[in-house]
Design a protein around this ligand. Sequence first.
Ligand code: SOE
Length: 391
Amino acid sequence: MVGVGKKKVRVGMVGYKFMGKAHSNAYRNLPFFFDLQAEPVLQAIAGRDEQGVKLAAEKMGWASYETDWRRLIERDDIDLIDIVTPNNTHAEIAIAAAEAGKHVLCEKPLAMTVEQAKRMLDAVNRNQVVHMICHNYRFAPAIQFAKKLIQEGRLGKIYHIRATYLQDWIMDPAFPLVWRLSKEVTGSGTHGDIAAHSLDLARFLVGEFSEVVGMMETFIKQRPIAEMSGGLSAKAESGKMGAVEVDDASAFLARFENGAMGVFEATRFAGGNRNGNRLEINGEKGSLRWDMENMNNLQVYFHDDEPGLQGFRTINCTEEYHPYAGAYWPAGHIIGYEHTFINLMVELMNGIDKGYSPQPNFEDGVRNQLVLEAVERSVQTGKWEKLESKM
Ligand code: SOE
């Protein structure tokens, strides 16, 4: 139910699997927790399989469905196109949506290449629509609070960021070649899928990258062809094997424009780590640590604490002082993964209401893509690769 007198933002979502579920849940629950001037309406979803999209629309509470995303873009009762499809479709859908004057939210990574990402940015700018890229982890209250501490100078000059994104869902060599492992569909493997989140957090918390050098590995070179896949699960078609052409793991070193050093590691072969998105930042006055699997907590250390009492303290970021947290439950009553999407959409709704593109937007998408591509280049050349400082 949209509140009386509020601006309605009628959403058309393309795709409906794992991320579709996360986004649908966020649109549904946002008005329950936040009192905004603009509120989302779950207007329509699109997917090619009529039975699948119809069921998804019913289950997730969408008013209607289409079997062709182009039809969604033609409809004049849609204000915002939300893209939750595999990476090779992002550019075409986003550009068509912008040309039709629709605002656009796009899942990460923005595109398959820098060139595509720049065309997407150009389209949203030319058509003056609001745009965002869905890097949801920026919107964990603990990450927002970390940003506030860094901006206030509480850590002083930043020396280091070390970020790991460790998963283990494809370690079984019999796990099939799902779309996240198909170069044609995804562009890169762990690199664009999860290292992309770490480098987005690094840009948010530390600043712009100046140069990178990386390495990548594909441990399992052949996998059974996938019969069907949704989210992170799939069935294998008996007998047929296909080549894995994307990275299973990606690691890189980085220098930042402000002089900080970065160490990054992303892998789907770190057994026991289901969604280990972690980072540590060290500055001249203190340090921060965050772990997605314990996402409400921020560990903070300050050099000027009394001798004998120095050490990392754990802040449970569930209080009114911590961005977004006050909208949910009383202090100590923790929130989860799904709330990071709600918080991001709060910014998106405010942007659409007031006419600006909140960060992370397509410009961030292009900057992130530049870092992803520079690492890939360095894997080819074996050398440090510089980032363009101007876009
Ligand atoms: C799979 O690796 C995945 O679902 C990513 O695609 C998401 O972006 C990440 O948040 C969790 O892992």
